[in-house]
Ligand binder design. Structure first.
Ligand SMILES: Nc1ncnc2c1ncn2[C@@H]1O[C@@H]2COP(=O)(O)O[C@H]2[C@H]1O
Length: 229
């Protein structure tokens, strides 16, 4: 039996927290629950989608492919994030690929319900606008950093950011498994350069590398590097 939106605690992290009980009942009746396996696409750039995804749990990456087919990672997502509201509002095609970094549980809410609720529930609309405005600001910051910061500073900034989003596991490592190529695709450099920069940070005692996992040993040193010191 599908879970009820009313009982779902993950909605406190997104605009769905503003829904009335009647709206939550309607969403529960119309939503579908999906499991997206590690490596599978939840959304594909250029496709149209007919609704909004709400991530219940699991981690994912939002990417764009450049003309050579090389991946640029735009952002990481996790439980509580919603996906697809941009194209619903702009009536455009999906702007990014959403790919599972581990098995993800997501709910899909049909576009009609989202549009009806935008028209009827001011708090919901305001929350969605807030979310999009924050994402616009993040995107602006990221564009200026990509253009102005050297790759070493971008790597330090990304490690701080990953630590903030995903936290740490029981061994103190950043709680997400990324390949070296994915790290390179986040900071916009070649994989070899990301590997070399990571091992330099390790040599300097700023981080430790435990298999694919990364442990931050000195957040203050990493912060200084991210600010160009
Ligand atoms: N910085 C971002 N730029 C664009 N979309 C984002 C961003 N962060 C999160 N998203 C979400 O990722 C979704 C990708 O599909 P859409 O373009 O439909 O809607 C997008 C937003 O819901």
């Amino acid at each position: 039996m599908p879970s009820k939106c009313r009982q779902c605690i993950i909605k406190r992290f997104n605009a769905l927290k503003t829904l009335t009980n009647d709206e939550l009942e309607k969403f529960s009746g119309h939503k579908t629950s999906l499991v997206i396996k590690k490596g599978e696409n939840l959304m594909t750039e250029g496709n149209s989608i007919n609704g909004l995804y709400c991530i219940k749990d699991g981690k994912g990456k939002l990417t764009k492919l450049n003309t050579n087919g090389k991946e640029q990672i735009i952002k990481f997502v996790k439980g509580g994030d919603i996906l697809g509201h941009r194209s619903i509002l702009s009536e455009e095609l999906v702007g990014l690929n959403a790919i599972a970094l581990e098995d993800m549980h997501v709910c899909f809410i049909p576009k009609g319900d989202i549009l009806d609720t935008i028209k009827e529930n001011n708090n919901f609309s305001l929350n969605l606008m807030r979310n999009i405005s924050q994402q616009l600001n993040e995107a602006n910051t990221s564009i200026s950093q990509m253009a102005q910061k050297p790759v070493k500073d971008r790597l330090a900034e990304t490690l701080i950011h990953l630590d903030e989003i995903f936290g740490v596991d029981s061994e103190g490592c950043i709680d997400v498994v990324l390949t070296r190529e994915e790290i390179a695709n986040t900071i916009g450099t070649a994989t070899e350069s990301a590997i070399r920069l990571l091992s330099n940070l390790k040599k300097d005692g700023v981080i430790d590398l435990i298999g694919k996992k990364i442990k931050i040993l000195s957040k203050s040193a990493l912060k200084n590097i991210s600010e160009g010191y």
